[in-house]
Structure formats: structure tokens, C-alpha cells
Write a protein that binds this ligand. Structure first.
Ligand SMILES: [Zn+2]
Length: 428
């Protein structure tokens, strides 16, 4: 099995894919991914996971319940499954909605909702199927992790992938979604850059084929968006591209390709501003541009300045203030500075790899600029205005605090450890 076969996605058949990679690992997609008419075909897919008469707990979020009102559960019921459909409001303890004899959890909804479904399925050790209804839930569903917000602070846990991801083949939302799909995809240039930086500076195992494939999905998406004439067709293509990207995340087996500095900064930003809108992709994209510029400026400057180590006090105060949590809890979120040996090793490696990383940042920065024109064109075509929601102050703090919430090595965390982000905290 070759990774290029991913190009044949989407498929209407249940498909598990496994391949032995040149990096020495065997990569595997264990989720079954299908694009189809959800209402008409769901029983066909569910039947492959659990036999008839099994009890299925269906957890809808509020708006997906309206869309699928009495269709999915009715269909499954007619087909001989026992169903327990529930509407879950945001922030509700959905665990209470699960009957004890549940054999499958079916989650239908947005990314926040599906994240909770994932967490619940993991804790109860039950198979689960997801029907994503917003752009970011398409990507997030396939990443083998879920996020938990503990009093505003973000933690990421590993979880098994869904048994089934069933995407609506012909979904027409109320507002054009192509822009969201596109910005979510192209923002991942930062995650990819950090993957390369981590391989160079931190010795993380690098899978060239996965990196290459991920990059070509982004390149294709930019090209397809710039040349698009049919918005509905483009929306379909971009959705498939995003799911293909999600499939690559699952092949990679961790959050490296998708939950990068751009995502964390955007998440912190929405916590700081209590902004709960659905244009997460847009914010991620804007942060991706900011971060790539920051990386570029840092790498361009060849003299390493001696800076005092980062002031964790200031960080603790800010996290405590903005997330409204006690300082002891905020302190738990501060990523420790790596030990001196590891630190000097990475600094030494930066000397060697600086030019190569600078070239990559330059390349990715121009891709992001191209993506920005594509996005503007897209919004213009859709008669939709591109809104910049980022206030400068909150955006700066979000970038400076992002490394405290990241588990993986990024150039941003490397910069933080050198005290280079302190100025961004002090300005606030
Ligand atoms: Zn590999």
C-alpha cells in the first residue's frame, strides 16, 4: 500500500489502509472514512460496526438535530437498531445521556461537540462513529486526540480514532463554507514547518512521505481555489482535501501535523476574547501568517542575542488573569524550560540548520501570501466579506502564551525558551 493511494480518497467503501513506509514505520488509518448521503446510507455503515438490536446512543448538537431531525435515528430504528437520540447543549455533561447498555456512540455535530463525544467514547471504551457538520470538525475528527479545557486551560490527550467518519456528500450549509475549509488547510503550513524544525533541532523522527503528501494537499488546495469557477464544486474538493489531511494525521499517529502553534494561538485567542464564532479556520489562518512572519524574522537574524530566561511569573499572572483561574492552576500549564544540555544541543543545531529553515520559512511565507489572495478571491466570489477579528493586543498575547500549552517542540517554544517572547507579554 502506497501513501499516494490516499489520492483516491474519498471512497464510498469502508476502507482501512496500512502501509510500510520508508521511514521504517508502518502507518495505518484505522478509521473508516466515507463520503455519502448520510441520511440515506448511515445504516449501511453502522451495520458494519455493530449488529442490529444493538443500542446506539446518538448525541446531536443543537443545530445538527434540526438538520437531521427524525431522519438518522428513524432510519437506524427502522433498520433494527435500538436508538437513544439526545440533543446536547454546549457545556452540558453528555456522559449522563449514555445508557448503560450502549454498544455504539454516534456523534453528530460541530468540532466542540465531537471533541466531547470522542472523549466520552474513549473513557467508556466504546466504539464510536462521527458525522461532522462544520469544517473544523472534519479535520479534528480524524486526529487521534481530544482536548480538554480545564478551567479555561487546554490539555490534549491521546485517543483512539473513530471507527467511522461519515461525511455528507452533498452538504449545503446556510453560509458558504469553502473559505473555512480553505483557511483550515492552508494554516497547517505552520504545523508542517514546525515538524521540519523539530526534526532538525530536536531530533524528532521525520517521515518525508507524510510531510510531502501533506504539503501537496495544501499546494493543491491553493491552486484549486485560485482557479475555481464553481463554488459548490470547490467546496466539495476542499472538504475532501481537509479529510485527506486528517487521514494523514491519523497515519502520522499524533497531533504533529495539525495541532500546531497556529491552532493553539487561535484557541487562546478565542478564550481571551470569549469569541465563540464558527470562523475558527479564519483565525487559524491569520495566526499562521503572523507566526510564519515571526519565524522568518527570527531566522533571518543570524546573531543570537543573550536574553534573560523567560519570566514564568509574568506568564502565570497573565494566564491566571485571562483564564480567570487561580495562580497554582495556571502554574501547572507553564511548560518547563528544557535542561541546559538539551538546550545547548538545539542551539548548536540551529547554527547548522538556520539557512535551511530560513529557506523553508521563506517558501512557506510566500505560500501563505498566495493563500491569502486565494482566500480573498474566494470571499469576493461568495459575496462574503473577510473579517479580521484579531485585536492586536489579544493576538500578541495569544502568540506569546501559545508555547505554554504546546506539548510538542515548535520554533515558537524554542523562541520562548530563549526569552524572545517576553517583550510580547510586557507590551500588553
Ligand atoms: Zn513514514
Amino acid at each position: 500500500m502506497n501513501i499516494n493511494n490516499l489520492n483516491t480518497y474519498p471512497t464510498n467503501q469502508l476502507s482501512k489502509q496500512k502501509f510500510s513506509c520508508r521511514c521504517g514505520e508502518t502507518h495505518e488509518i484505522s478509521s473508516n472514512i466515507a463520503f455519502d448521503d448520510v441520511e440515506n446510507t448511515i445504516e449501511h455503515y453502522i451495520e458494519k460496526i455493530v449488529p442490529p438490536l444493538s443500542l446506539i446512543s446518538i448525541l446531536y448538537d443543537l443545530s445538527s438535530r434540526q438538520k437531521y431531525e427524525r431522519t438518522i435515528d428513524k432510519k437506524l430504528g427502522n433498520f433494527g437498531f435500538r436508538v437513544n437520540p439526545q440533543v446536547c447543549k454546549q457545556g452540558e455533561k453528555i456522559a449522563q445521556k449514555i445508557s448503560e447498555d450502549t454498544r455504539l456512540i454516534l456523534g453528530v455535530g460541530n468540532h466542540r461537540h465531537l471533541n466531547e463525544v470522542k472523549q466520552l467514547a474513549f473513557l467508556l471504551n466504546l466504539p464510536y462513529a462521527l458525522v461532522p457538520t462544520c469544517p473544523s470538525s472534519h479535520l479534528q475528527s480524524l486526529i487521534p486526540s481530544y482536548q480538554k479545557s480545564d478551567q479555561g486551560c487546554i490539555e490534549i490527550f491521546k485517543s483512539p480514532p473513530p471507527n467511522l467518519l461519515l461525511c455528507e456528500n452533498d452538504w449545503k450549509g446556510n453560509t458558504p463554507q469553502a473559505g473555512s475549509y480553505f483557511s483550515l488547510i492552508s494554516a497547517k503550513l505552520v504545523s508542517l514547518f514546525d515538524y521540519q524544525a523539530s526534526a532538525s533541532l530536536n531530533g524528532e523522527k521525520f517521515c518525508f512521505e507524510i510531510f510531502d503528501q501533506a504539503l501537496s494537499i495544501i499546494d493543491e488546495s491553493i491552486e484549486q481555489t485560485l482557479g475555481a469557477t464553481n463554488q459548490f464544486e470547490l467546496e466539495r474538493i476542499l472538504k475532501e482535501n481537509l479529510v485527506r489531511y486528517g487521514a494523514l494525521c491519523q497515519l502520522k499517529g499524533n497531533t504533529r501535523l495539525a495541532l500546531g502553534a497556529e491552532t493553539l494561538a487561535a484557541k487562546i485567542f478565542s478564550s481571551l476574547t470569549y469569541y465563540n464564532g464558527d470562523n475558527i479556520g479564519e483565525n487559524e489562518f491569520l495566526f499562521a501568517r503572523i507566526l510564519m512572519r515571526l519565524y522568518l524574522n527570527y531566522l533571518e537574524n543570524k546573531t543570537e542575542f543573550f536574553t534573560p530566561p523567560p519570566s514564568n511569573n509574568k506568564r502565570v499572572q497573565l494566564i491566571s488573569k485571562y483564564f480567570k483561574i487561580p495562580e497554582q492552576i495556571a502554574l501547572k500549564n507553564i511548560r518547563p524550560v528544557p535542561n541546559a544540555h538539551k538546550e545547548s544541543l538545539s542551539s548548536y543545531k540551529l547554527k547548522i540548520h538556520r539557512d535551511e529553515l530560513f529557506a523553508l520559512a521563506t517558501e512557506f511565507d510566500s505560500k501563505l501570501t498566495l493563500a491569502y489572495s486565494a482566500l480573498k478571491k474566494l470571499y469576493l466570489d461568495e459575496g462574503y466579506s473577510f473579517t479580521n477579528y484579531l485585536g492586536k493586543n489579544e493576538a500578541t498575547i495569544s502568540v506569546a502564551l501559545a508555547p505554554d500549552f504546546m506539548q510538542k517542540f515548535t520554533l515558537l517554544s524554542f523562541m520562548k525558551d530563549r526569552g524572545l517572547l517576553e517583550g510580547m507579554l510586557n507590551d500588553s
